[in-house]
Write a protein that binds this ligand. Structure first.
Ligand code: 6R9
Length: 676
């Protein structure tokens, strides 16, 4: 293969490329494969009669396609003048300019008019059987109350509110209340440390942070309010902390803190929605890149919402009154687009999952599917791999007959996990949709069935581009690869409404990361394979980003933390393939000369530092002390060599001629043998 992605070493991927291709056909909808089923507005497109026709139309007549979709799917305060004004070379992306709308009105008010008592949210709390249902009417009322409260505390249009909360209705209310009054939100995953939270609050310059007293997950309580207190010691911008109560445990409240639910009670249930421009900011979401600090990707109002809503409807074949179960945390883009914005824009019923796949036992997901009558289940391969180890009986115990579609996201799904998901969880009856996308793309870009319910599905492949998405593969010289059965760097050739607009406070970095590597194209950072049939399979990252259980971690970010230890002179971090997590972190550290420390103490201290500065999931599984790191003559660490050593592929070490210190490699090999 020409493109060997440096971040991706998963053995699963390479086996899946060469495996026997099995095709599955389903007719699960019971309806016809009428392409208009998920997109009635396409009736006005001349000459479109099937899925591929609609796809061709969407990429060839972009303005007509997205213009019709935007008029049909969104409720506008005033209509847009132009569909798009984009230039990928310059990194300027604008959709639906001149249009005004309010995202919370699109997610709430318009549904309250038609079905006020439909359940919008099912909060699946940590203890099974204690779920809480929230109707559209209730959600709108709470959103209005909080919108008014935020306004009363001086939050203005354009401000950015940081939300540090686990999945719960109060978190969704917080997101929608921001949208209601025109403030942007930045949801920070509640597993992040105080340091990581502080970095994000400072970057966003938030005056308000919203949190809960405590989090509850997997039977354990975490002190989230305390983490916020610690974080904001280094965040001078923060003036107020709103505290919602997840548990009954009181927390210390200072003059700066506001008891959120109590104060909301005194607010009006009507809150005038702000008339937002299509391109005003809806939210920032921080994600790791290959260099420097995490970047705050910016998503705007109309394009993002439209894209989240159409993908949710088509990719999962979501129908009115279905119960949609996305188990991602709202701190990630999957939670934003498919627990909150997509389903709510579609008037759907969406599950907010607070627990873990194995709490109180490995039957949790399927017991929940039975109890909540979930129709679409959307989860991560890492959880599937974990659960299949516990055996089929945990699945068989529960009735899963309501399931219609099974989704996968976050990382490549290996064949074994795919087969198990399909055969055991879905009883061989439900299509498995492997959905490829990113924080940057806003919504799903490649998935097996963008609309046609009977299309064939190849296991472990994301397969087909969604409407409006034109994927291309590039060779190492930056030329477009036109043939099939080839791999290359995955780019997208034309803008789409859901794509991120910029990096908060750093448009230059946006241009350098996404627009400059292949001028005129959006570079995804991933490598992909295109099969003989023209289907796409994602191989993994081409940059120094590690994907641990579907969470992105930059190697530079981790090295930065390790290098802060007074004992460490320098470090190099790589990802290696891991049976359950997909990838895991392996760190090499060079200690300072005078340091004398027991290895076990060192490892404990460094792991503590990573948990404190980033999050627990980012901790290295192995830390190896070395005298020196293999480097090129120009001083660059040869991570490729380190990766091969960890993968025990000593024959694949490749060209070592540029190596400055050949003895370093032998030493690394010996140390690795001793450690593992
Ligand atoms: C949605 C999300 C994005 C990165 C992406 C890629 C990996 C996501 C995938 C997948 C293979 C899939 N990724 N989905 N790899 N198959 N179906 O996960 O966003 O957290 O930004 O991560 O995740 O490497 O570039 P995000």
């Amino acid at each position: 293969m020409m493109w060997l992605p440096c971040g991706c070493t998963s053995k699963y991927l390479f086996t899946s490329l060469s495996r026997r291709i099995v095709k599955y056909y389903h007719d699960f909808s019971g309806k016809s494969s009428n392409v208009l089923a998920c997109m009635p507005e396409a009736a006005s497109f001349e000459g479109v009669w099937d899925h591929s026709g609609l796809y061709e139309f969407s990429v060839g007549h972009t303005d007509s396609f997205w213009g019709a979709a935007a008029r049909h799917r969104l409720t506008w305060i005033s209509p847009f003048r132009s569909v798009q004004d984009c230039d990928l070379r310059r990194g300027t992306i604008r959709w639906f300019e001149g249009g005004k709308l309010n995202v919370s009105v699109n997610c709430l008010d318009r549904h309250v008019h038609t079905f006020p008592d439909r359940v919008a949210l099912i909060w699946e709390r940590d203890e099974p059987g204690t779920e809480v249902k929230v109707t559209y009417r209730q959600l709108l009322e709470a959103t209005c109350r909080l919108g008014n409260l935020l306004r009363r505390h001086g939050v203005n249009r354009g401000d950015c509110v940081t939300i540090y909360m686990p999945p719960c209705p109060a978190a969704v209310v917080s997101m929608l209340a921001c949208a209601r009054i025109g403030a942007a939100h930045s949801v920070v995953f509640a597993g992040f440390s105080a340091e990581a939270l502080a970095d994000r609050i400072r970057d966003a310059q938030s005056r308000i942070v919203i949190t809960v007293n405590q989090g509850v997950r997997g039977g354990k309580v975490t002190e989230l309010k305390q983490t916020v207190d610690l974080a904001i010691q280094s965040c001078p911008s923060v003036q107020k902390v709103f505290v919602a109560m997840r548990t009954e445990s009181p927390v210390v409240m200072t003059a700066r803190d506001i008891a959120m639910e109590e104060e909301m009670q005194t607010e009006d249930v009507v809150c005038e929605p702000a008339a937002m421009d299509s391109e005003d900011v809806l939210f920032l979401l921080y994600t790791s890149g290959s260099t420097g600090k995490p970047k705050g990707l910016v998503h705007t109002q109309a394009g993002y919402l439209l894209y989240a809503s159409l993908t949710h409807r088509c990719v999962f074949n979501y129908h009115d009154e279905d119960v949609f179960g996305c188990v991602a945390d709202i701190g990630w883009i999957t939670g934003h687009s498919y627990s909150v914005y997509g389903p709510l824009a579609n008037g759907g019923t969406t599950v907010l999952f607070e627990s873990t796949p194995i709490y109180p036992d490995p039957g949790r997901y399927w017991e929940m599917v039975q109890r909540l009558k979930i129709n679409q289940f959307y989860g991560a391969p890492t959880a599937i791999r974990l659960l299949l180890k516990y055996g089929d009986h945990w699945v068989h115990k529960y009735d899963r007959s309501t399931l219609k579609t099974l989704g996968s996201v976050g990382e490549p799904i290996n064949t074994e996990a795919w087969e198990w998901y399909h055969r055991v969880v879905g009883d061989g009856r439900c299509p498995v949709v492997d959905t490829w996308w990113q924080t940057e793309t806003g919504g799903i870009c490649i998935a097996p069935r963008p609309s046609a319910p009977n299309a064939e599905i190849v296991p472990g492949m994301a397969m087909r581009p969604f409407f409006g998405i034109r994927p291309v593969l590039m060779d190492s010289e930056g030329k477009v690869l036109t043939s099939n059965n080839t791999s290359g760097a995955l780019c997208i050739a034309q803008p789409w409404p859901g794509m991120a607009r910029t990096i908060h406070n750093n448009h230059q970095r946006f241009i350098e990361t996404y627009c400059q590597p292949y001028p005129g194209y959006f570079f995804t950072g991933d490598g992909a394979y295109r099969s003989k049939e023209g289907y796409y399979q994602i191989i993994g990252r081409l940059d120094d980003v590690i994907n641990v259980s579907g969470h992105r971690i930059g190697t530079a970010e981790l090295e930065d933390v390790l290098n802060q230890s007074p004992m460490v002179a320098e470090s190099a971090v790589i990802g290696y393939s891991h049976e359950v997590k997909g990838q895991a972190v392996y760190a090499f550290v060079v200690l300072k000369k005078e340091v004398d420390v027991q290895e076990a103490d060192l490892v404990r201290q460094l792991k503590d530092m990573v948990s404190k500065n980033i999050a627990k999931y980012a901790c290295p599984d192995f830390i190896q002390c070395v005298q020196r790191l293999p480097k090129t003559r120009s001083g660059k660490i040869m991570r490729r060599v380190l990766r091969k050593v960890v993968e025990r592929d000593l024959d694949g070490l490749g060209d070592l001629s540029t190596l400055d210190n050949p003895a370093a490699v032998q030493e690394v090999i010996q140390g690795h043998r001793d450690l593992c």
